[in-house]
Write a protein that binds this ligand. Structure first.
Ligand code: DQA
Length: 163
C-alpha cells in the first residue's frame, strides 16, 4: 500500500491544510510574487474544494516551527485523510518538519504559491518534498485547490479506481 494510505474505514475524513511563516500576510506581502489574495480567501477556496469532496477542513497558519510540528502530530493522532502543507521558508530549512512528516502515515501534498524553481537558488531545495506524496508550485493560490483534488486522486489510485 502506498505511503499514508490507511483502510478507508479507519480514517477520519479530515484534510489538514497547514501554512507556515509569513503566509498570514498574503494579500499584502510581495503581491507581485504571491498575488493579492488573502489567507482568508485561500481558506474559503480550500473549504469549497473540500466540501465538494465531502471532506472536513482544518485550516491553520503559524509562523512557529514547533506549532506546525504539533499540528502534524495532531493530524496523525486524528488519522486525518490527507494533508496539504505550505511550510513557507521552513520548506528550505526545517529538518524538524521533515522528520515530523516522515513520522506520520497520511498522504501529503506540498504546495507553494510561487514557482520556487524560478526564484533564488536557496528556494530550490525542499525538506518537505522527499516526504510528500506530491508537490505543486507556481499555480498561485489555486495550487491549494489542486492539492486537495490531488489528494483525492492519490486515494482513488490507491483504491484501484484510477491510474
Ligand atoms: C512559498 C515559497 C517559499 O520559498 C517562501 O519562503 C514562502 C512562500 C510559496 O508559497 O511560494 O514563504 O512557500
Amino acid at each position: 500500500m502506498a505511503r499514508g494510505l490507511l483502510p478507508e474505514l479507519a480514517m477520519a475524513n479530515i484534510v489538514y491544510v497547514l501554512n507556515g511563516p509569513n503566509l498570514n500576510l498574503l494579500g499584502t506581502r510581495e503581491p507581485k510574487t504571491y498575488g493579492r489574495t488573502t489567507l482568508k480567501d485561500v481558506e474559503a477556496l480550500c473549504r469549497a474544494t473540500a466540501s465538494r469532496h465531502s471532506l472536513e477542513l482544518e485550516f491553520r497558519q503559524s509562523s512557529h516551527e514547533g506549532e506546525l510540528i504539533d499540528w502534524i502530530h495532531e493530524a496523525a493522532a486524528r488519522e486525518a485523510w490527507g494533508m496539504v502543507i505550505n511550510a513557507g521558508a521552513y520548506t528550505h530549512t526545517s529538518i524538524a518538519i521533515h522528520d515530523a512528516l516522515r513520522a506520520i502515515n497520511i498522504p501529503i501534498v506540498e504546495v507553494h504559491i510561487s514557482n520556487v524553481f524560478a526564484r533564488e537558488i536557496f528556494r530550490h531545495h525542499s525538506y518537505v518534498a522527499p516526504v510528500a506524496n506530491a508537490s505543486l508550485c507556481g499555480f498561485g493560490v489555486e495550487g491549494y485547490a489542486l492539492a486537495i483534488t490531488g489528494l483525492v486522486a492519490i486515494h482513488e489510485s490507491a483504491a484501484g479506481k484510477r491510474g
